[in-house]
Write a protein that binds this ligand. Structure first.
Ligand code: HEC
Ligand code: HEC
Ligand code: HEC
Ligand code: HEC
Ligand code: HEC
Length: 335
């Protein structure tokens, strides 16, 4: 037996070294085998016992650099950074605010998480969403060097409900809930990749999700302009929420607002202008799938054509400026 090990081991290492390349890992430069058909083979070799609770993002970054890079540019990572949040939360003193903006471990429920008073600058960090009873909640059933807990629910909108309660409730009412299109389908696009930095050592590429938490504003709504059949003076601007799985806008807590602008031009000069503002505070946000109509009366001074322009903007103090969601131009006819 011993002989066999003495014989097999060097061959194994030769084979491994022979087709290896240098790879930067958390423990320095070590040769990493280049498997042509990777399988979950060697997780036990890197079996670092790791305590995921009470930690900051740095401890996850060691092994999940790509997730860190994505997350750090997301709003979640900046949840305690805006001037508006600092002032309205009385500089982090209002615990009520910290429960969602700097939460401790995850609670997979519609109930509020608890506030975290360490690494406050990290806002909604990895452990806020992933750590439950000292285990990392996951969807892969992976053989990780830390304790994990598989959760079917984590693939659903329930993963977001505890902090995004109003949005979750709006989503429940939408067609997307019936189609089982969860928040992740739109805000965590899927990719395939190595889950950990050095997962090439014996791990396969797996289905994964972007941690940028992107918001696709383009295509969220459509805007239409029509003139009345009976009276061409009656103009309707219709805005339909075609792309959001919830109200447009959904934000309750910040100052997110939808602005619908309608103008009529005579050549270069503007002869008619109206502006509508929609948000949760005013209780006039557009529900998922709903068409909102605005009616205007405009009598053209002369029998010639005028240009009508409708534009929809998304405004928020966390954005650099207005974001255009939709635009429509149409000529005005007068008999
Ligand atoms: C010592 C390295 C290491 C550290 C530190 C580490 N991870 Fe992991 N993690 C891994 C590896 C390796 C896997 C498995 C990869 C695979 O299956 O391809 C993994 C898997 C996971 C998974 C998927 C689990 C599943 O079964 O669905 C999650 C979620 C996760 N880690 C989150 C975290 C979080 C959050 C932290 C910080 C609190 C963290 N990890 C720290 C190496 C690490
Ligand atoms: C632990 C609490 C918490 C959980 C869980 C959570 N979020 Fe968030 N999320 C927040 C907070 C707080 C903000 C606001 C950050 C800021 O801008 O201050 C936010 C912001 C966002 C934004 C950015 C909105 C914008 O205006 O750009 C998106 C998108 C988002 N979350 C999606 C999700 C999705 C999808 C899930 C579930 C997979 C989720 N969140 C789970 C707390 C959470
Ligand atoms: C706002 C909540 C939230 C935050 C913050 C967050 N995750 Fe996730 N993560 C999720 C959800 C939800 C999934 C599962 C998505 C699914 O399967 O639909 C997930 C999946 C994963 C997975 C499994 C593979 C995959 O991509 O689906 C890993 C690994 C992971 N996250 C690591 C991290 C690390 C590391 C951080 C911190 C840098 C982090 N996550 C921060 C919500 C979050
Ligand atoms: C069908 C795709 C889709 C689904 C499903 C979806 N969203 Fe969105 N979400 C969007 C689009 C498009 C926008 C940009 C337009 C807007 O602001 O509503 C957006 C914007 C947001 C915003 C920030 C802007 C705002 O309106 O204040 C947050 C936060 C958000 N979504 C969270 C969620 C959460 C949480 C869920 C699940 C309960 C979810 N979304 C489900 C498409 C979707
Ligand atoms: C239940 C969870 C929750 C609680 C509690 C909460 N927020 Fe938020 N906050 C959010 C989410 C989610 C967003 C993203 C926009 C949205 O969906 O409403 C947000 C966005 C914001 C924003 C706009 C984004 C930014 O960073 O500038 C501000 C400001 C804000 N919250 C302040 C507060 C203050 C102040 C409190 C306490 C009085 C508070 N929030 C309590 C979840 C919460």
């Amino acid at each position: 037996m011993l002989k066999m090990i003495q014989f097999v081991l060097p061959i194994f290492f030769l084979a491994v070294m022979g087709c290896s390349k240098k790879q930067h890992t958390p423990v320095g430069n070590i040769p990493v085998p280049d498997f042509s058909k990777p399988v979950d083979l060697l997780p036990s070799l890197i079996n670092v016992r790791y305590n995921p609770g009470s930690s900051g993002v740095e401890s996850c970054r060691t092994c999940h650099q790509e997730y860190y890079e994505e997350w750090k540019d997301s709003r979640h990572a900046k949840a305690t950074q805006s001037a508006l949040f600092k002032s309205t939360s009385d500089h982090y003193k209002l615990e009520n605010c910290m429960t969602c903006h700097s939460p401790a471990d995850m609670e997979l429920s519609i109930h509020r998480p608890k506030a975290r008073d360490w690494h406050v600058q990290e806002g909604v960090t990895c452990s806020s969403c992933h750590v439950v009873e000292n285990r990392t909640l996951g969807v892969l059933n992976s053989n990780a060097p830390h304790h994990t807990r598989f959760s079917e629910e984590f693939k659903t909108s329930m993963a977001c409900a505890s902090c995004h309660q109003p949005t979750y409730n709006q989503w429940k009412e939408s067609k997307y809930a019936k189609e089982e299109r969860h928040c992740q389908a739109c805000h965590m696009p899927s990719t395939e990749r190595f889950i950990a930095n050095y997962a090439q050592i014996g791990y396969k590429k797996k289905s994964a999700h972007s941690h940028h938490f992107p918001v696709e504003y383009a295509g969220a709504c459509e805007v239409d302009i029509t003139q009345g059949r009976m009276s061409l003076e009656q103009i309707t601007v219709a805005v339909t929420n075609v792309g959001a799985g919830h109200d447009l806008p959904t934000g309750v807590f910040g100052d997110n607002t939808l602005q619908v602008e309608f103008r009529i031009l005579d050549g270069e000069s503007e002869i008619f202008f109206r502006k509508e503002t929609l948000n949760q505070a005013a209780k006039n946000a557009i529900k998922s799938g709903e068409t909102r109509r605005f009616f205007y009366n405009f009598r053209a001074p002369q029998k010639k054509s005028y240009l009508m322009i409708a534009k929809v903007f998304f405004l928020s103090s966390i954005q650099n400026g207005p974001i255009k969601l939709a635009e429509r131009e149409q000529y005005y006819y007068r008999e």
